[in-house]
Unconditional design. Structure first.
Length: 993
């Protein structure tokens, strides 16, 4: 039996289903179609070991005083749901101990058939009136799952009990023995981990199980501890510090440090807040000492949460796999990692681990397991659990070993989502063959535990041949029959040798048809209703030595063009899922699966025999090409006539291709690329051997012979194109009007326009050129005498320099003059026939094969601003013609005017129209309205009121005193009796003053 920490229920998945994981990786040989489900009590955290299932949350037994204690179940590996609880630990003394939530069954380990079984409860408590200790304990059973009470069996495995410091957490008060437990590979020792011992530093204890030590000659063999009571665990140089949780995970093996020595690999996931793995060896009688430390690289990564010892590369030295489920990297999607250390003959200091990364929040590496050689390639493989991957459904990743160590791409990904599982991959157990199919099986734990059985791997050998081996078109190869394709099949497997039904599929020219091309062959026997190039069927292979073959007649289609490339045939095969039978143990028969490391298809090619080639498969041609400009010579009354023209269709390129003393050139192609001013028009060939195809704008043409190969030694043809050019093709004007005196440079006049006139191949070099003149009708100014096109410079390009006349029309800035005119309001065409005054520039042509005349000019900006700003577009027309200056009768000039039109438009900032009266009226009214609104608001705010006297100024009352006339005597005032005056607030003006 195998063990796996997990929760709730057990699912054993059997039978042959080939499926695809969500990540797109194709499943290899895990059978997930038929499910055998083993269920426990609701909420019991049903943990399984295939036959032995731990349920750490199972209800208490009858004689236990607690409610939930956990337990161990045994189940048959069959489709029946018959699990039985093993009765043990059925007592409890509440005065001394507590088994409530002790989690019996949290770990289960077996030595295999005939060996012992161990299971633990790491939360077992011992207490007294004044103290309580979480010590943990383990039980060992014999192979019949009973306690024989020999030196090995029983529940006395509680080594933290009775020690000094049993009640002190700094020593053994929180020992938690049994969270990690395993047997050594030789089954001589049982190894316990107690991660809570000594202030959660943790400890590892190795004890022997053999009860006949004297017979084996072994004395004083343990127990061994790291560290024992005699060690100073607080020593400053101690490599494992407090709160490291040493013993949280365990594995053992030989050939790790030295070839024959036992090494214990112990994980400490909290060491230094990163985690480490300690490699321990026995020393003296009771000690385990550190030989090597593997340090975790990431803060909080829990490096060492699980460990596995496995020889991945087959060199005889055991490699180490370490899980770090909480490893992360900033700004990445990495969530968990597994580090693979490849052993270099016991030397670990310079080993750089290979890191396998999980997806974000997946807890990748929570469980790692040696699952044996699941794909039978002689290299052991591993499984990695990621229980929170796939939105909590969980996944298990299968990685194959190799001669280089490990293949970093998973060979298979198992998902729990398809079976409605949660936290699938929480624990793993493997490397045992349960069903006798010669393949190791894998158990996967989850919140809804599952076990998956590996299927036998077979390799279907596919061989395809063609007869005859080449296609010879000269010996009657046609659509009725050309050759025969033969495909043969057999299979090989390590242990499977039964009848195997396969389906096969044969296809012709598959890659060619994917490119949108037609197949060149057809299958004369049809099995596919919609295709004559696909053939499929089924075959039964009775055993590995019984092969089967199928033959197909093939025909060649008519008028095929591609004889250079071979015809490709592909054959593939799949296993047909048959109805499965039960095996003797009640398990369904397991169907085999194809080896995913082998090619899925077999391919063969059949070549065409190359006609006209010395070597039937390789042709050595001698293609050469010459080209020149050309014009046809017509005749009238048997007299050759030169037709001089500037029409678009008259310009041609003569191309001559030769293949002198060369093999036939298959699929010869000529590619012509033309400049912007040329466009492909057509092709002419005397024997109609040449076919040309142009692209959408005529700037490129591909020319092929009408045959699939170029056999003739000489061929010539003509490629026609037309030409015209004015750069830029459209110009604009704008800005302000400038006087002549304000213009200092050529750019001040206006936009630049270059006109180019090319005259090509008017006659052959062997004939004296006739006198021909190029006449250019130049729109110099408009009808009012204002500049339109200001000619700055005339140049020529060709064998000889051309001088155009009159030279007086080539101006400089001193000739500039400007006048004023009214605007027009309709569209405008400025040509020599109307609206412009033209001058004729005459350019004599002499030996002008490939001559070009270029006129550099400036658009007179001021004229267009003043005269044509109201027009959306003005068209400037420049005409050119060829004039024959000879009366020779055998030279005929066909010379229609050639016209170049240049659209001219004003810039957006040029005002084109006056402001309408109604816009002015609206603007005035809007201004008055705004002014009135402002006045109203100011009035409401009291802006126009006079200010009042401030109340803070003191007030007073005015009074008047009644008038009194004094008496006079001799001009002198006579004093009279004084009268008391009364203060008055009202009076009469005449009486008072």
């Amino acid at each position: 039996p195998l063990f796996c920490h997990s929760l709730l229920t057990v699912n054993l998945l059997f039978k042959g289903l080939q499926w695809t994981s969500p990540s797109g990786l194709r499943a290899f040989n895990l059978d997930t179609r038929h499910v055998i489900r083993k269920g426990g009590e609701p909420g019991s955290l049903f943990v399984f070991t295939l036959l032995l299932i731990g349920a750490p949350r199972a209800k208490a037994l009858k004689n236990q005083k607690s409610n939930v204690t956990g337990g161990l179940f045994k189940c048959e590996i069959s489709e029946s749901d018959n699990c039985e609880r093993i009765e043990f630990d059925n007592d409890e003394d509440p005065r001394q101990e507590s088994k409530q939530d002790q989690w019996m069954g949290v770990s289960v380990q077996s030595q295999g058939p005939g060996g012992k079984v161990v299971t633990c409860a790491h939360r077992y408590q011992k207490h007294s009136r004044v103290s309580q200790s979480v010590l943990g304990r383990c039980y060992v059973f014999s192979q019949n799952l009973t306690i024989n009470y020999d030196d090995m069996d029983g529940g006395q495995w509680k080594f933290c009990e009775g020690r000094r410091g049993e009640t002190d957490h700094a020593w053994y008060g929180v020992c938690q023995q049994g969270l990690g437990v395993t047997f050594t590979k030789d089954y001589h020792y049982v190894v316990f981990g107690a991660p809570g011992a000594r202030n959660w530093k943790g400890m590892v204890r190795v004890e022997q199980k053999n009860i006949t030590l004297i017979e084996r000659g072994i004395y004083n063999d343990g127990p061994y501890e790291y560290e024992n009571d005699n060690d100073n665990f607080k020593h400053p140089n101690n490599p494992v510090s407090a709160h490291s949780y040493l013993g949280f995970s365990l594995d053992t093996g030989h050939h790790i440090m030295k070839s024959r020595d036992l090494t214990v690999v112990a994980g400490a996931p909290r060491a230094n807040h990163k985690g480490l793995v300690a490699l321990l060896k026995k020393k003296f009688i009771e000690q385990l000492v550190v030989e090597q430390l593997l340090h975790g690289p990431g803060l909080g990564s829990s490096f060492g949460y699980d460990v596995a010892v496995v020889d991945l590369n087959g060199d005889g030295w055991q490699d180490i796999v370490v899980g770090a489920p909480y490893f992360y990297m900033k700004d990445t999607d990495i969530g968990g990692a597994v580090y693979v250390y490849i052993n270099t003959a016991g030397q670990w200091d310079n080993v750089t681990p290979i890191r396998l990364n999980g997806t974000k929040d997946s807890v990748f590496g929570l469980a790692v397991e040696n699952i044996g050689d699941v794909n039978q390639d002689s290299f052991n493989d591993i499984a990695v659990g990621a229980p929170q991957d796939d939105e909590g459904a969980g996944r298990v990743y299968i990685y194959h070993g190799s001669a280089q160590g490990i293949k970093t791409t998973p060979a298979q990904i198992l998902s729990g989502k398809e079976h409605s599982l949660r936290y699938f991959g929480y624990s793993l157990a493997g490397n045992m063959d349960l069903d006798g199919n010669s393949y190791p099986d894998l158990a996967v734990g989850s919140l809804s535990d599952a076990a998956l059985i590996y299927r036998p791997i077979v390799n279907i050998r596919k061989n395809i041949t063609v007869s005859p081996e080449e296609i010879d078109l000269s010996v009657g190869c046609d659509s009725s029959f050309c050759f025969t394709v033969k495909a043969c099949f057999n299979y090989t497997a390590t242990s499977y040798n039964k009848r195997l039904t396969i389906s096969y599929f044969i296809e012709a020219d598959g890659d060619r048809r994917k490119q949108g091309l037609n197949s060149r062959v057809i299958f004369l026997t049809k099995t596919h209703p919609e295709s004559d190039v696909q053939f499929n069927g089924t075959l039964e292979l009775q055993n590995q030595n019984a092969g089967q073959c199928v033959s197909i007649n093939v025909g060649l289609k008519d008028n095929i063009k591609d004889k250079m490339r071979s015809v490709v045939f592909e054959v593939s095969a799949e296993i047909i899922k048959a109805k499965l039978k039960k095996m003797g143990n009640g398990l369904p028969q397991i169907m085999p699966v194809l080896d995913a490391t082998q090619p899925r298809q077999a391919v063969t090619e059949v070549n065409f025999v190359k006609e006209g080639c010395k070597n039937k498969r390789i042709c050595y041609s001698n293609l050469k090409m010459e080209n020149s400009l050309f014009v046809y010579l017509c005749s009238a009354h048997n007299i050759p006539e030169f037709k001089l023209t500037y029409e678009k269709k008259d310009l041609a390129v003569k191309v001559t291709v030769t293949n002198k003393n060369g093999d036939d050139a298959y699929e010869a192609k000529l590619v012509g690329k033309f400049p912007e001013i040329l466009s492909y028009s057509g092709v002419r060939s005397s024997n109609k051997q040449i076919l040309c195809t142009a692209n959408h704008n005529g700037s490129e043409a591909d020319c092929l012979t009408s045959y699939s190969y170029f056999k003739v030694r000489y061929v010539f043809f003509f490629v026609f194109f037309y030409t015209s050019e004015a750069k830029p093709s459209q110009v604009s004007f704008g800005g302000v009007v400038r006087a002549e005196t304000a213009m200092k440079t050529e750019e001040d006049a206006g936009s630049l326009i270059n006109f180019t006139f090319r005259i090509s191949n008017l006659w052959t070099p062997s004939i004296s050129p006739p006198p021909v003149t190029l006449h250019i009708h130049w729109p110099r100014d408009n009808k009012d005498g204002k500049w339109l096109l200001y000619l700055v410079k005339v140049t020529s390009h060709g064998p000889e320099k051309i001088a155009c006349s009159p030279q007086s029309e080539i101006h400089s800035l001193k000739d500039i003059w400007v006048c004023i005119s009214k605007n027009l309001v309709s569209t405008k065409v400025l040509s020599c026939e109307k609206e412009s005054k033209c001058v004729v520039l005459k350019c004599p042509l002499q030996g002008i094969d490939g001559t070009a005349v270029e006129l550099r000019s400036r658009l007179w900006n001021s004229t267009f601003i003043e005269e044509y700003a109201s027009f959306p577009t003005i068209t400037l027309v420049v005409k050119a013609s060829l004039v024959l200056e000879s009366q020779a009768q055998n030279i005929i000039l066909k010379s229609p005017d050639f016209t170049v039109k240049v659209p001219v438009s004003p810039d957006s900032d040029v005002a084109q129209f006056g402001v309408p009266w109604w816009i002015i009226l609206i603007a005035v009214l809007a201004g008055i309205l705004i002014l009135a609104l402002m006045v109203f608001l100011l009035w409401k705010c009291g802006f126009f009121r006079r200010s009042k006297q401030d109340d803070s100024i003191p007030r007073y009352h005015a009074v008047r005193i009644k008038k009194e006339t004094p008496g006079h005597s001799d001009g002198k005032m006579k004093p009279g009796a004084l009268e008391k005056k009364q203060w008055m607030t009202t009076w009469i003006n005449d009486d008072y003053s």
